[in-house]
Write a protein that binds this ligand. Structure first.
Ligand SMILES: C[S@@+](CC[C@H](N)C(=O)[O-])C[C@H]1O[C@@H](n2cnc3c(N)ncnc32)[C@H](O)[C@@H]1O
Length: 236
């Protein structure tokens, strides 16, 4: 029988049900992904926001993992989740597909270091949440959407008029990452040393300028925010 490999602290915390009072629902292979992107944020004064509280166990897990300096916030549509509020865990009730709620959330919470979308998992929820929260993630920062396999489930998960899934949306964002390099006409401009070229000649979106990478895993998409400079190529 295949043995479960538990290779990092967060996975160990998940496995140890005696270390918390509430249940958590996660796929095992997510823990390596979390570790890869989240470990550098441990023991720091960060703002961590998870959409999807369920029984409150994941917020307990995040508190233990990130330590006491972190501000841990959970968002859920279900008012019953307020029972999981603690002096050091904030719960905000609202619908992640409601632009008015999301605008209010941004004002209330301020800039965020890490957003984890583990909410209702429909395309409309995931895309609307991204559209309103992504720009509010700090640079550098992380925006992680999980359970993206729901994009392939059809039915209620394609709840948008345009039939776009979150995976379609994420692929389009990959295209935006290439706004500098995708124009063949810009090739020689980008072959001029940055100090010698006309700055800002190629207009790009904030998404392009402020996103370093988009990584696809089975069921998880991770966006890394970081300030990018115009790329440069040379023959030497
Ligand atoms: C998969 S569970 C969250 C699991 C939890 N993060 C954990 O790891 O144990 C999904 C949660 O999303 C919430 N949810 C569903 N639709 C939502 C919406 N439109 N806005 C906000 N939360 C929603 C549900 O009430 C449920 O608690």
């Amino acid at each position: 029988m295949l043995e479960l490999q538990v290779t990092n602290d967060l996975h160990r915390l998940f496995q140890n049900v005696h270390a918390r009072s509430r249940r958590v629902h996660k796929w095992h292979h997510y823990f390596d992904i979390y570790e890869k992107y989240f470990s550098e944020y441990r023991d720091r004064e960060i703002v961590f926001l998870e959409i999807g509280v369920f029984e409150g166990g994941s917020l307990e897990l995040w508190r233990k993992y990130f330590g006491n300096k972190a501000r841990i916030i959970g968002v859920d549509i279900n008012p019953a989740c307020l029972q999981f509020q603690e002096p050091d865990i904030e719960i905000v009730i609202g619908d992640q597909s409601d632009p008015e709620f999301l605008k209010d959330l941004v004002n209330r919470v301020g800039p965020i270091d890490i957003v984890l979308d583990d909410g209702g998992h429909t395309a409309n929820q995931q895309i609307t949440t991204f559209e309103y929260l992504y720009h509010n993630v700090k640079v550098p920062g992380i925006y992680l959407v999980e359970d993206t396999h729901t994009a392939f489930w059809g039915g209620g998960y394609s709840d948008r008029q345009d039939q776009k899934s979150f995976m379609d949306f994420a692929f389009e964002r990959c295209r935006s990452l290439h706004e500098w390099t995708m124009r063949q006409s810009a090739f020689w401009h980008l072959g001029t040393p940055p100090t010698l070229r006309e700055p800002g000649k190629i207009p790009v979106s904030d998404f392009c300028r402020l996103t370093n990478s988009i990584s696809f895993y089975d069921s998880v998409v991770v966006f890394e925010r970081a300030l990018r400079e115009e790329p440069w190529h040379e023959i030497r």
